[in-house]
Design a protein around this ligand. Structure first.
Ligand SMILES: Cc1cc2nc3c(=O)[nH]c(=O)nc-3n(C[C@H](O)[C@H](O)[C@H](O)COP(=O)(O)OP(=O)(O)OC[C@H]3O[C@@H](n4cnc5c(N)ncnc54)[C@H](O)[C@@H]3O)c2cc1C
Length: 275
């Protein structure tokens, strides 16, 4: 039987040194590792004691440490910045016991098809900060395009350079609350009077894990609100889907486009102060 050695480092440097060992991986909340099987590894580096459990803002830049769980990040954000899209997305993911375990680091390492982090990451244009073999900071597309970069590398935090003062809308397509979402829609908007200053829209869960709907964004950026009714938001919100338990590709594509339209209109026509 394969023996798995567990390590309990107390600093980032210790954790990174341990990750240099053969077939040794980090353990965040363990929610995926428990399912995927730890037995095939030689070593598991438990991150619980590494001081990466924080959420802070410095000169408008939000930084969330890799060890923050979805539950604590959602709670901290809803106290500090109510209306922040990350608070609604992370606070509605999975179930309460899972949100208490899933970490930002483990989530950003996997970015599963049902991720509630990936859409907000895409619209907030967040970065993944790492230490170890591939130390640095990565934007989402670079990170997703090159999974090999993760080998021997520790995610230390997620950075959001422009996370506040947006009106936001977040939607997850589920049959019951704790279901895996079939797709998610993330929308951010800034308005001045009836002028749309900026809109960002992302759809996750389709054939391309996450996409920014740039045609839709370009059509709306700088436009007057009165232009919205003349645009075919559904058409611009249509993306390809693969087959999923929640329905056929055609069905999912159709209902996702409907939800894109609803979320964009909800963000643009909401009568509330931006946060
Ligand atoms: C039943 C169920 C339902 C779920 N539903 C949702 C949902 O609705 N929405 C959602 O967003 N998620 C959901 N998840 C969570 C998701 O599927 C993953 O399990 C989760 O993202 C893993 O996070 P973790 O902290 O538990 O990571 P772990 O299981 O500890 O690790 C996962 C992977 O990340 C690596 N890793 C962990 N931490 C780091 C780090 N700091 N740096 C580098 N690599 C690291 C590990 O080595 C491993 O390869 C669900 C999970 C389950 C089991």
């Amino acid at each position: 039987m394969n023996m798995v050695q567990w390590y309990f480092p107390e600093t980032v440097d210790e954790a990174v040194a341990l990750l240099g060992r053969e077939r040794t991986i980090p353990h965040g909340g363990g929610t995926n590792l428990v399912k995927s099987g730890i037995a095939s590894y030689s070593g598991v580096v438990d991150l619980a004691r590494v001081p990466l459990n924080y959420l802070k803002t410095d000169r408008g830049i939000l930084e969330i440490g890799a060890n923050q769980t979805f539950a604590s990040a959602a709670e901290n954000l809803s106290n500090l910045y109510p209306g922040c899209i990350l608070a609604s997305a992370l606070g509605s993911a999975a179930s309460t016991p899972l949100r208490n375990r899933i970490t930002m680091g483990g989530s950003a390492s996997l970015f599963p098809l049902w991720s509630d982090l990936i859409g907000p990451m895409a619209v907030l244009e967040g970065e993944i900060c790492t230490e170890g073999k591939n130390a640095g900071s990565f934007d989402l597309s670079t990170w997703l395009a090159n999974r090999a970069v993760q080998k021997g590398t520790l995610i230390t935090s997620l950075l959001f350079p422009d996370a506040f003062d947006w009106i936001s809308a977040y939607y997850r397509e589920v049959r019951v609350g704790f279901d895996y979402p079939a797709f998610t829609v993330s929308v951010l908007a800034r308005k001045k009077g009836s002028r749309i200053e900026r809109v960002r829209v992302a759809l996750s869960g389709g054939a391309d894990r996450v996409v920014r709907l740039t045609d839709l964004e370009e059509a709306l950026n700088g436009a007057d609100l009165s232009k919205v009714s003349s645009l075919d938001l559904r058409k611009m919100g249509t993306v390809r889907f693969g087959r999923k338990p929640a329905g056929s590709p055609e069905f999912l594509s159709e209902i996702a486009a409907v939800q894109v339209e609803r979320c964009v209109k909800s963000a643009l026509f909401r009568e509330e102060e931006t946060r």
